[in-house]
Ligand binder design. Structure first.
Ligand code: F6R
Ligand code: MG
Ligand code: MG
Length: 383
């Protein structure tokens, strides 16, 4: 049976500030998806939050980019926005960039990770959702899961995985996609995805056509969609596991290392990503540190058996502790790079304003100053 798993998310109002989703929004979204389930539009759903992002996980048989499913998500976000407006939640409706829905939420604000596959005899899936970071935040863990034998033992010892995986990498600035093979083109893959603000892993495929897609990551960049900063493009991902694919434990292993990501505080800072259970899915300290939740499900003819809150586990305590220590270390840099992102990567900056204000106060120094002095253009120098 071919099943589509769609994870569509948007920030339609924070409570309080940009920290998390109010329970009333989750309730409203559940109501909307329950109605769709009863009408047979979707098979099943699960609504949750990653920080201030409302997450709609849906299963159905309509394929990816389906107008009815995307329309359902759009309408659900609109209904939640009404509640957010009533409660005067923060940034109500902020990710719904367009007034009119035109069949597909891609490019309109919400983030989407979707995949269609033949449901196997037993089908474990893991959905990841992060807040206060960008889609490229998944580059490092996805590489480890599907290409690093020091992470994934199966790449070496499981005959069905030994041939490796195919990575589809997107250039989010130019909107183009390339397929690269691992391990054959591993160094080329790393050359690209080591720049996560631009090159983002969008899909991973098994080289076994019977398995097909293995992972899907959202790649919407809200700031580029809107042409100006509207909100963070907090990413989501879906990963299939086991039996020819990385084991559940191999999928989760990379998150024991809280790697550095961009997107904290005003979308303009590097901070470590912190794996958390749903109860801590809120961004508090310095609007972060960026948080990640992982929910596990078994699919049963499209029914979502779960969730298992996978980071609600002492095995990730140490990662959280390290993330807190790194946060302390990074915070002490205050407004300095590398805590603050480089000028091109910041969501907004006062730098042009400061440069304009100071433009006539720069003084020439060195050889340039001597030349200007000789020409009688200068009355005052620093040398
Ligand atoms: C939002 C985010 C936050 C905000 C910050 C300032 O996703 O990353 O760090 O950028 O809280 O928000 P405003 O400008 O709305 O006060
Ligand atoms: Mg927000
Ligand atoms: Mg968010």
């Amino acid at each position: 049976m071919k099943i589509t798993v769609s994870l569509i998310k948007a920030d339609v109002g924070g409570w309080p500030g940009h920290s998390r989703v109010h329970p009333k929004l989750i309730e409203k979204a559940r109501e909307s998806l329950e109605e769709a389930k009863n009408k047979g539009i979707i098979i099943d759903y699960y609504v949750f939050n990653a920080g201030d992002d409302l997450q709609l996980l849906m299963t159905h048989t309509k394929g990816v980019d389906n107008p009815e499913i995307h329309g359902l998500a759009w309408e659900t976000f609109k209904k939640a926005t009404e509640v957010a407006k009533e409660l005067k939640l923060y940034g109500a409706g902020q990710d719904l960039l367009s007034e009119a829905f035109s069949g597909n939420v891609r490019g309109m604000g919400p983030g989407v990770a979707e995949m269609e596959f033949e449901e196997r005899k037993s089908e474990p899936i893991i959905v990841f959702a992060a807040d206060k970071t960008e889609p490229g935040a998944f580059n490092l863990p996805m590489f480890k899961i599907f290409a690093d034998p020091f992470n994934t033992a199966g790449l070496i010892i499981d005959p069905t995985m030994h041939q490796g995986f195919k990575f589809h990498v997107m250039d989010v600035y130019e909107g183009k996609l390339i397929e690269l093979n691992s391990p054959e083109e591993m160094y080329d893959i790393l050359a690209l995805i080591g720049q996560p603000g631009r090159y983002v892993i969008k899909y991973v495929y098994s080289k076994n056509p019977e398995i097909g897609i293995a992972a899907a990551i959202s790649t919407e960049r809200l700031n580029l969609i809107a042409g100006k900063y509207i909100g963070k493009d907090d990413p989501v991902a879906i990963v299939r596991a086991q039996h020819g694919l990385p084991a559940l434990g191999e999928v989760l292993e990379p998150f024991t290392f809280p790697h550095m990501v961009s997107g904290a505080m005003r979308g303009s800072h590097h901070m470590p990503i912190m794996p958390v259970p749903l109860k801590y899915s809120q961004c508090t300290r310095f609007d972060g540190p960026p948080r990640l939740v992982a929910l596990g499900f078994q699919l049963a003819n499209g029914k979502l058996i779960g969730p298992a809150d996978l980071f609600d586990d002492p095995a990730f305590d140490r990662a959280r502790k390290i993330a807190n220590e790194i946060s302390d270390y990074m915070r002490r840099h205050g407004p300095f790079e590398p805590h603050r992102l480089s000028a091109e990567e910041m969501e907004y900056t006062t730098l042009p304003m400061v440069l304009k204000k100071l433009k006539d106060r720069w003084k020439k120094i060195g050889a340039e100053a001597k030349k200007a002095w000789a020409a009688g253009e200068l009355t005052d120098t620093h040398d």
